[in-house]
Design a binder for this molecule. Structure first.
Ligand code: HEC
Length: 102
């Protein structure tokens, strides 16, 4: 009976690891917007998909804040699930890039 309990534990563990693995794969999904060009975001996408792009964008927003300008994810992305861009996002992105180059 002890052996069965151990097996249940092992199966449970492997199952969790598998589910965890799938969740991680979802997070590192490929980018669908920043698929070309040489913006920081596009470079991050090429390197590590959306998860990396998210990190890069967070850093850009934080760096802009350090320079006294406020940008928010929602200001450029209609939706933080598929990252659909707002109308102003391209222009704002240029402003953001220009600010960070200074
Ligand atoms: C100033 C506007 C702006 C802000 C602020 C901004 N983004 Fe973005 N984001 C963009 C643009 C424009 C792109 C597409 C870039 C490209 O095509 O090179 C993009 C791309 C992305 C992508 C890649 C999506 C894909 O599938 O290609 C992710 C992820 C992302 N942004 C997350 C965020 C997060 C998280 C924040 C907040 C921390 C944020 N963005 C803030 C403008 C912005």
């Amino acid at each position: 009976m002890k052996r069965l309990a151990f097996m249940t534990l092992v199966v449970g563990f492997v199952g969790t690891a598998l589910v965890g693995g799938f969740a991680a794969a979802g997070d590192s999904a490929k980018c669908t917007i920043a698929t070309s060009g040489d913006s920081e975001t596009a470079k991050a996408c090429a390197k590590g998909g959306r998860a990396e792009a998210k990190k890069a964008m967070k850093k850009m927003v934080a760096d802009a804040k350090a320079k006294g300008q406020k940008f928010t994810c929602e200001g450029c992305h209609k939706d933080l699930d598929n990252y659909e861009l707002t109308k102003n996002s391209k222009d704002d992105f240029k402003k953001l890039e220009a600010l960070l180059k200074k």
